[in-house]
Design a protein around this ligand. Structure first.
Ligand code: PBG
Length: 324
């Protein structure tokens, strides 16, 4: 074919490159994870996540208004729970006046059109730091899913648009969907962490919420990073059970999984670019070893190219600012 076909013709300048570009990032692509703490006037930086903060509710209000101005229209809420409120059953998780429930109302009050998604899992509430009820060193599946359903209902009552179960118990999507339907919350959506791996990239997040497991690890419920077929199985089951959006987590190391799932399902696919991915780039950029903005955009583009319809990312605000 050469020299009739020269592929570089389509790369000669920015005008032609942008015409033929297959993937682009916009503020519409993002879910913004937000960490919330009790108190007033608190904006504290997370040590292992430079330039990322925990907010008290009053400052959360300011933050979501700023996000909205940048074109970011969806938030994913996480709460840091004081130790004295933690127990094995995560009782505080279903407190109608709990921090999460108040946070949902705060966001809706500040920016009524902001899409609010809530994290549904026991670990921030668990005295063991696990995503389920513990007995004899084991994580009990069915006792946990019943609580997750109650927790989801409580978030829906507070005004959450979507609940996002991140726990990886079997059957939790079915339990949550059933209870939401029974209680008339037909429009409350479920974004399921369907293919969530037992990853070492979650470390900084566990610092942010003080939610590291007190014993053992999460390998009896989160997936083995070595597995690919299993991700399809998990995801198809979650869709059958009622998930509206499915998620792959973490991001970069799992883009083969993202593409597999994108090619297999007909619901939107979310990807979570997790805390460790954020920390790695921040650290390298601080040292001057990588160009922060360029690498950030390359990573986000790669995630979207792999098949993500949306990206939960701690870079959302950085990217939105860069794009504006
Ligand atoms: C726990 C949960 C985790 C994350 C989101 N929800 C950590 C874990 O499974 O231990 C991690 C997110 C991140 O690392 O950014 N339910």
């Amino acid at each position: 074919m050469y020299p009739l076909r020269r592929n570089r013709r389509l790369r000669t300048g920015e005008a032609i490159r942008s015409l033929v570009r297959e993937t682009s990032i916009t503020p519409n692509d993002f879910l913004v994870p937000l960490f919330i703490v009790e108190g007033k006037n608190i904006k504290e930086e997370i040590a292992s996540m430079p330039n990322y903060y925990r907010y008290s509710l009053d400052l959360l209000e300011k933050e979501v208004k700023e996000l909205w101005k940048l074109g970011l229209k969806a938030v994913l809420l996480f709460v840091k729970v004081p130790d004295e409120l933690k127990d094995n059953a995560g009782t505080e998780a279903i407190n109608a006046e709990g921090l999460m429930q108040r946070a949902v109302k705060t966001v809706k009050n500040a920016v009524p059109d902001m899409l609010v998604m809530t994290d549904v899992a026991l670990d921030p509430y668990s005295s063991y730091g696990h995503d389920g009820v513990v007995a004899d060193g084991k994580i009990l599946n069915d006792d946990t899913t019943a609580i997750l359903a109650e927790m989801s209902l409580s978030h829906a009552k507070a005004g959450a648009d979507f609940v996002a179960p991140s726990d990886m118990m079997d059957g939790r999507i079915f339990e949550i969907r059933s209870l939401l339907e029974d209680e008339g919350y037909h429009d409350t959506g479920i974004m399921s962490y369907s293919a969530k791996y037992a990853s070492a990239f979650y470390g900084p997040f566990r610092d942010a919420l003080d939610s590291a497991p007190g014993f053992g690890d999460k390998k009896t419920y989160q997936m083995d990073p070595a597995n690919r077929d299993e991700a399809i199985k998990e995801t198809l089951m979650d869709i059958e059970e009622g998930a509206d959006i499915v998620m792959v987590k973490p991001g970069l190391c799992y883009l083969d999984i993202v593409r597999d799932i994108k090619n297999t399902v007909n619901v939107p696919v979310a990807v979570y670019q997790v805390s460790g991915e954020y920390a790695m780039l921040k650290a390298a950029a601080e040292k001057g070893w990588l160009n922060h903005d360029a690498v950030m955009m390359e990573q986000l583009t790669a995630i979207k190219r792999a098949g993500a319809n949306m990206i939960a990312s701690y870079f959302a605000k950085d990217a939105a600012k860069l794009l504006s």
